[in-house]
Design a protein around this ligand. Sequence first.
Ligand code: GCO
Length: 474
Amino acid sequence: MTTKRNLMIFALGALAIASCDPVPSFDKDVIDATDIGAELRAAKPGFILGAATSHHQIEGGLTNDWTVFEQGTNDEGEPNIKNGDDSSVAADSWNRWPEDIASLETLGANGYRLGISWSRLQPTPGSWDQAAADRYRDMFDALNARGIRPMVTIYHFTLPLWVSDEGGWEWDGAPAAFEDFAQRAGAAFGDQIDYWVTLNEPNVLAIQAYSFGSWAPGVKDDMERATNVYAGQLRGHALASVALRANDTVDADGDGKATQIGIAHHVRLPQPASSYALDTALSAATNDYINDVVPRAITTGRLFLEVPGTITIDEDIPALKDSCDWMGINYYERTYIRADLSVSTLSTQYQPEGAEVTDLGWEVSPESLYHLLMRMDRYGLPLYITENGLADDDDDQRPSYLRAHLYAVLRAIQDGADVRGYLHWALIDNFEWAEGYEGLFGLFSIDFGGDLARVPRQASVDAFTDITGPLNAE
Ligand code: GCO
């Protein structure tokens, strides 16, 4: 097995070609001197600039596979979530959503990416909680009334218990269950919503939950199962996109299109740790697995996933082809890839020495965002940044981070990439999965032990409105 795997990796190494795209280096003085809002407005009329959240991370009061996982412990007997935190209250957005909308207004935002909870709306197979749906309808009405385009995610990492009890995305009934949910969501909210996100980061979910074991259901080191879960989500997406198009036939924003479907695709820039063949090969393999599986599937219909020597999935799924009207880009970091055949992912990732990092230790690299946008643009779909941001509790990095990353977006647009919007992660501090309340990403901070008021991180809010002001000028 190991020999076969090594041979395959060497073969890949021989084929690996380093990407030829230049990664530019940005000059801080140039960024500071650029009126990003005015230039975005000129370069891309109608540009959407806003913020993002997900239901589980802010709502509170949920019951799903994650709320079960949050109460559990890992192999070492430690709580699954740092400090034993849980999402039971989170930011209480289920009740305080008008404050979230007020925060968006403070930012001058014209877009908001938010999630709806599958487990809340369909707590049992075939059921539908109309009171919960009505609450979401109130939120969507309020957003539309303020000219803030809702972009709605229908699956963001959490499953109803009746799906996870069957095996989650490993269950062969999961895609059809998701199709049913998409059908009901399309019918229930289609008159208010045009922009749908079917899946959030199918690649990250698969790896965190089935290789790192740090997310529900906490399976360690099993890239075969991870890859099946990755594929299961994409099969579900194919069915869900057909269901959304069939059930949401109302053009809510009057642009002539009733549905605009995307996947929030997590991209990162893998760089080989050295020119050693194994590092180059595994960097290329990681690049394909992380970055290219999703856009290839949604543009060609070919679902191709490979972990060399472990698993290969290669299927044509006609409904996957053209299943998206746009592609979402979630971008956080660049990583270096060092071969390590003792782990199921075959490599480990690390950050360069001396780089600026966030509170969670992630490298700040706006140039990599530019590079990835140019690369993803080649798939020919309009792009929206559906997430980009950083954990920075004291707010000393976020203002410059925000400007530099929006400058990267502007440069990509000026160089021809069709980027139509940017939703900053996150609007408010929230439950950061296994990190609990330690990764604080909000443009607005929240005192989780206290009154839960949305308090502006003022320097960041100022940096944001410096851009939305000229962007939204008449
Ligand atoms: C993800 C999710 C978000 C995270 C954000 C910061 O990438 O894991 O989409 O839910 O909170 O990315 O880590």
